[in-house]
Each structure stands twice: as structure tokens, then as C-alpha cells.
Ligand binder design. Structure first.
Ligand code: CA2
Length: 142
């Protein structure tokens, strides 16, 4: 099974800034980890990151057309993008929402709401980059 791991804005900076919140793993290392975890679960994992909302929408629309499961960390778009909401609403295969930190435990009120959650079979938050492994296990488990 092919699974898309889609990461939103600024996650390309992982491991370079704010390690106290997001850890020290870089995005390239995270991508390698996801491919390895996926292989162990019998999944063919493709990891992408974009700072451009239109590109993310194109990826989500293609996943909807292909019926591909998605592990999504929409980063800040999680909290306010109705375009991301509409794209998630079209998905047919399972969508797992993942966050490295736990946005609901963070002090900023704007992080306490997610437009993705209503369309997700599961939300994995606050487990660091290991959350992606948990999310892939959920996809593999059906
Ligand atoms: O905890 C998460 O995974 C978040 O989705 C990360 C988003 C944040 O807006 C969400 O509330 C929670 C921010 C991603 C920014 O990533 C950076 C990583 C390293 C350095 C700077 C930013």
C-alpha cells in the first residue's frame, strides 16, 4: 500500500530551530525514518514537505483521486485553513493527523482548534517524530 506523509509550512526547518519544542531530527532524517518504518509495516511511504498551500492542496486532491491514505501534519494551516479542510473532506482512504508537539497543550489559543480533526480517523500529537511511526501503524492496521 502506498501512503503519503504530507508536511506543511516550516516543517522543513525541523532540527534547525526550536529543538525544545520539535526535537533535533531534521526533515530529511524524518523522511528516512518514515520510509523505514513504512517498509517494516509493508507500506510504500512517500514523504513531502511544502511551504505553499496550493501545492499541499494539489497533493491532497491527487490523494483523493488515487484513494491513497494520508498522514498529514498541516502545521499552522491545521488551525485556520478552510481550503485544507475542504481538501481533507474529499479524502476517501484513511487520514491520520499528526503533530510533533501537542497543540492543545500549548499556550496559544489559536493552536487549540484543528480543521483537520473532523476528517481524521486518529490524531497523534505530542509524541515527537515518533508520532509518525504511530500514525503509519494506524494506517497499516486499517
Ligand atoms: O507540533 C506540530 O507538529 C505542529 O503541527 C507544528 C506547527 C505548529 O504551527 C502546529 O501548531 C503544531 C509548526 C511547524 C513549524 O516547524 C518548525 C520546526 C522547526 C523550527 C521552526 C519551525
Amino acid at each position: 500500500m502506498r501512503v503519503l506523509v504530507l508536511n506543511g509550512p516550516n516543517l522543513g526547518r525541523l532540527g534547525r530551530r526550536q529543538p525544545e519544542i520539535y526535537g533535533s531530527t531534521t526533515h530529511a532524517e524524518l523522511a528516512d525514518l518514515c520510509v523505514g518504518w513504512g517498509a517494516g509495516l509493508g507500506l510504500e511511504v512517500e514523504v513531502r514537505q511544502t511551504n505553499h498551500e496550493g501545492e499541499m492542496l494539489d497533493w491532497l486532491n491527487a490523494a483523493a483521486d488515487d484513494g491513497a491514505p494520508v498522514v498529514l501534519n498541516a502545521a499552522a494551516w491545521t488551525h485556520y485553513s478552510y481550503a485544507i479542510l475542504d481538501a481533507c473532506a474529499q479524502l476517501t482512504a484513511p487520514l491520520v493527523e499528526v503533530h510533533i508537539s501537542d497543540p492543545r497543550q500549548r499556550p496559544e489559543d489559536f493552536r487549540h482548534h484543528s480543521v483537520v480533526t473532523p476528517y481524521a480517523v486518529e490524531v497523534v500529537a505530542g509524541h515527537g517524530v515518533d508520532g509518525y511511526r504511530i500514525a503509519l501503524e494506524r494506517v497499516a492496521g486499517g
